[in-house]
Design a protein around this ligand. Structure first.
Ligand SMILES: *[C@@H]1O[C@H](CO)[C@@H](O)[C@H](O)[C@H]1NC(C)=O
Length: 497
């Protein structure tokens, strides 16, 4: 070969090697023809010298880096653990393949890589019975405190999840203090009695210690699930923002002096609608005790999170709970989840995006006897597990997986994604809802991963069903790629220095 031709080839090779390319695309389409499917590509989508912009022009601004993302996930309630534990007994292979599909974070694996689990301290509306970690009335020294009051299947399933995802973050929180500490004398409804304000935080410390002693490090603890929820049919407890601040201050000192200074304390854990009042009041009275606040979807709108962020920009936001109910439309749900939670809550500063029950049966059971949660329709979990050892991944799973894939580490032990700037311009900009993330590398010399999560919800014309793909351009550092998004959710990425 002539030296000239060799040099030419060499230069061509360097040019190709340096240009950014999209080679990985995971997709869920409105008609379920793709369900978190790794889309085969005959050739990569290259970033090239820009041509004309499309009617939907996605502009990625990687110089604008926002919050760290901790992970996508759900709650491992007692009921979820029981359902999964039963699956392990009836169909061992299905159980492990399901856990792998949900929690394996290996790059390129056909798995969502869920990385954040929320666990009730004591009973919730998804437990077999009412219990706390100390049900001996008046035991203010907590000599009868025992985390093993929680069912053994809870710890067994959690342990299995932790063998698949060793870095899963665990966030614990009570649905109620023990009944004997309350004016209702039961975990259902009522208020914490004043005389226990200084004692109850020790119960929460002991819960963190109890999990730790079982080999489960705690990432975060909330003071109370839904402190403004007064439902008397399951464990709830009304706690004012002043009292939550006081409990948080005391718990912070206890955690710090017992070697748990890294455990985050999170305020509120309730609906979007009061994001500008309750959690802000907590932070006013206990700024240093709390890492931030967490939010649920059942009232208000995701944009309410912005109010808390504006008031406390140095604090953290978590989106921690939303539940589907049976009988709703699959694709409408996927759209709503992406818009409001798996793109929307992250866009509004959340570091997590979690659904409620990880697993339940086809009627949304088992539930705490007598609870009215989710009404007659029943709560739909991330996965529905049937008695015969089969399971169905619900719309919640596909929406979560599309988001999770964009932010899980590229490298084993490597960092999770951070949100970066992105806008959509052009006449068709309304048709795409986009989140953008950078996943840094374990070795900073390696190229970073730049991920997009794109919802194309261009599915009707004047109210008549008419799903239309959207031909888009993607702008990145003065280069441009072109991709046509089908109606559905697409997660794709490329690498760059
Ligand atoms: C995770 O997935 C990868 C790739 O499929 C596989 O090699 C690995 O064994 C899985 N991890 C576990 C703990 O099962």
């Amino acid at each position: 070969m002539k030296p000239f031709r060799l040099l030419h080839l060499l230069l061509l090779f360097i040019r190709l090697a340096v240009a950014q390319q999209i080679i990985d695309i995971w997709q869920t389409t409105w008609d379920s023809s793709n369900l978190f499917t790794h889309v085969p590509m005959s050739s990569p989508v290259n970033f090239v010298t820009p041509g004309p912009v499309a009617n939907a022009d996605v502009v990625v601004s990687d110089s604008v880096v926002f919050q760290q993302i901790d992970g996508i996930g759900a709650s491992l309630t007692d009921s979820s653990a029981l359902i999964l534990s039963n699956l392990k007994n009836t169909n061992w292979n299905a159980y492990w393949s399901l856990l792998n599909h949900m929690f394996n974070t290996t790059y390129g694996a056909n798995a969502a890589g869920f990385s954040y689990i929320r666990i009730p301290i004591g009973a919730s509306d998804f437990s077999a019975n009412l219990y706390s970690f100390d049900d001996v009335g008046g035991d203010t020294s907590f000599s009868s405190f025992n985390v093993n009051n929680a069912p053994s299947y809870l710890f067994a399933v959690l342990s299995d999840i932790m063998t698949i995802n060793t870095r899963v973050k665990v966030h614990v929180l009570p649905w109620s203090p023990p009944g004997w500490m309350k004016d209702s004398d039961t975990m259902n409804g009522g208020n914490l009695l004043t005389q226990y304000y200084n004692i109850y935080p020790t119960y929460l410390l002991k819960a963190v210690q109890g999990f730790w002693n079982k080999g489960i490090p705690i990432y975060a603890i909330s003071i109370q699930n839904e402190p403004q929820n007064t439902n008397p049919t399951y464990p709830t407890c009304t706690i004012s923002s002043n009292v939550e601040a006081q409990l948080g201050n005391t718990l912070r000192s206890l955690l710090n002096s017992n070697g748990f200074g890294n455990v985050k304390i999170v305020a509120y854990d309730h609906n979007w609608d009061n994001a500008a009042t309750y959690p802000e009041q907590v932070l006013q009275n206990a700024y240093n005790a709390f890492s931030g606040a967490s939010f649920h979807c059942y009232a208000g709108s995701v944009s309410n999170q912005q109010a808390f962020y504006n008031a406390y920009p140095a604090k953290e936001l978590y989106f921690t709970e939303c539940s589907g109910t049976f009988g709703t439309d699959w694709w409408n749900d996927v759209k709503w989840y992406m818009d409001n939670i798996f793109i929307g809550s992250l866009q509004n500063w959340a570091r997590t995006a979690l659904m409620w029950n990880l697993a339940l049966d086809g009627s949304g059971n088992p539930k705490l006897p007598g609870t009215n949660s989710c009404g007659a329709q029943g709560c739909r979990a991330v996965v529905t597990v049937n008695n015969d050892g089969t399971y169905v991944l619900n719309q919640e799973f596909w929406a979560m997986a599309q988001a999770s894939k964009a932010i899980i580490p590229k490298d084993p032990g490597g960092p999770f994604g951070q949100r970066i700037g992105v806008t959509v311009n052009g006449a068709m900009s309304w048709a795409l809802r986009v989140g953008a993330y950078v996943v840094n590398r374990a070795n900073s010399a390696d190229w970073k991963q730049y991920s997009l999560v794109v919802l194309n919800w261009n599915d009707n014309t004047a109210g008549a069903w008419n799903p239309q793909p959207v031909a888009a351009t993607i702008e990145f550092r003065g280069q441009q790629a072109s991709y046509t998004f089908p109606v559905g959710v697409t997660t794709l990425w490329w690498f760059a220095p």
